[in-house]
Design a protein around this ligand. Structure first.
Ligand code: ADP
Ligand code: MG
Length: 367
């Protein structure tokens, strides 16, 4: 069992640098959780707090309800894999993997068994007698993982572990890593700057900004139900339509945007309130305004229609002069010309409606 609980954890470096602020969350035993957020938001600090290389300034960390403040790093049952992981260059793969149980003073037969099992688990039995310098990048990371397994750690901390791999190999390794964590019943906390990776590999993803936890949710929650303006901005890409609520029922509300009125998801917003309606750029549907009147749509004028590989980016100016970007699949047959009149259809179910931030959208999204 390795449930992790952060309770109001704050870490201040020096006098003033609040690297993480009032973090509270629970990671369940066997869960795979990724941490994402802009550079400097506190991801590595969170891992270091978990590992015990630094201690909280305020708050407490528990593993299975046991407070960790007096438990040193070597007794926390934790293994690490980083992008430039320090495996010993003068030892073979096998010797590297044996290192953990050896310094713990495990008997020779146990060590051999642990090493064999770990080699098999990460599928590098045939590399056992090689030196690290002759390994490919993925086999290097597999050696690092085997070392964690042989040390019998139950919690795996990963900081940009796949950063050195090419895209294609990286995608394969993501699947390998998730399967390994599940098979070995580890609890994994994985820091990555690659949100596609986080959404692929994890049971839940934690979005952080400026030292705070913004949202901890499943990949589907983050895509369909971001609960915060920043989360819908940072995960994927969204536009924010400014409007005023003119009616509300339990399920839906109507929002006036410029001269138009559209229906949106009601997330507890009230009549008369100024709101920011978040819509994912991939979820806009764009049609020439001549085709038909779409049920829940806004008029606009095309600024540009540009290929982005298998997507197209259509930039559209709305009546209120705001420019939004629709990401439409390249299979969409209609190409739009500059200044063409279009309608942008917005399915109410895919909208998220937030109170308009007093400080303005740009400040609210500051990283
Ligand atoms: P991330 O990994 O998300 O990029 P970090 O956790 O490394 O962010 O850093 C969070 C903040 O804490 C940053 O402002 C960083 O400069 C600061 N910080 C991190 N480590 C130290 C340290 N040892 N001393 C002073 N400031 C630090
Ligand atoms: Mg970092």
């Amino acid at each position: 069992m390795s449930e992790i609980r952060f309770q109001h954890v704050t870490k201040i470096f020096g006098r003033r640098v609040e690297a993480v602020k009032d973090l509270s969350f629970i990671i369940e035993d066997g869960e795979y959780v990724s941490l994402i957020g802009p550079s400097g938001c506190g991801k590595t600090t969170t891992l270091r707090l978990l590992a015990g290389t630094i201690l909280p300034t305020k708050g407490q960390i528990f593993f299975n309800d046991e407070p960790m403040e007096t438990v040193p790093i070597q007794d926390r049952n934790i293994g690490f894999v980083f992008q430039h992981f320090a495996i010993f260059p003068h030892m073979t793969v096998k010797e590297n993997i044996a290192y953990g149980p050896t310094i713990r003073g495990r008997p020779r037969t146990d060590i051999e068994e642990l090493v064999e099992k770990a080699l098999k688990s990460v599928q590098i039995e045939d590399k056992a007698d090689l030196y690290p310098t002759s390994l490919s990048a993925p086999d290097w990371q597999k050696t690092a993982l085997a070392r964690v397994l042989a040390s019998e750690a139950k919690i795996l901390l990963l900081d940009e572990p796949l950063g050195a791999l090419d895209q294609k190999i990286r995608e394969e390794f993501q699947v390998f890593l998730r399967n390994l964590v599940k098979k070995e019943k580890l609890t994994a906390i994985h820091v990555t700057h690659d949100q596609a990776e986080a959404l692929t590999i994890s049971d839940r993803v934690a979005v952080m900004n400026k030292g705070r936890l913004v949202q901890l949710g499943t990949p589907a929650d983050l895509i369909y139900n971001p609960n915060h303006l920043f989360a819908s901005f940072f995960v994927g890409e969204s536009d924010f339509l400014e409007g005023v609520v003119i009616s509300d029922t339990e399920q839906e509300a109507e929002v006036r945007i410029g001269q138009s009125i559209i229906k949106v998801n009601n997330m507890g917003i009230e009549r008369g309130k100024r709101v920011a309606v978040a819509v994912r750029r991939e979820f806009f549907q764009v049609e020439p305004s001549s085709t038909k009147k779409l049920p829940n749509s806004l008029p606009g004028i095309v600024v540009e229609d540009q290929f982005l590989g298998l997507l197209r980016r259509v930039r559209i100016k709305l009546e209120n002069q705001q420019i939004i970007e629709a990401k439409i699949h390249a299979k969409h047959p209609v190409h739009f010309s500059e200044n063409e009149k279009v309608r942008i259809n917005i399915d109410p179910k895919i909208t998220r409606c937030f109170d308009y931030p007093k400080e303005g959208i740009t400040s609210a999204l500051e990283m």
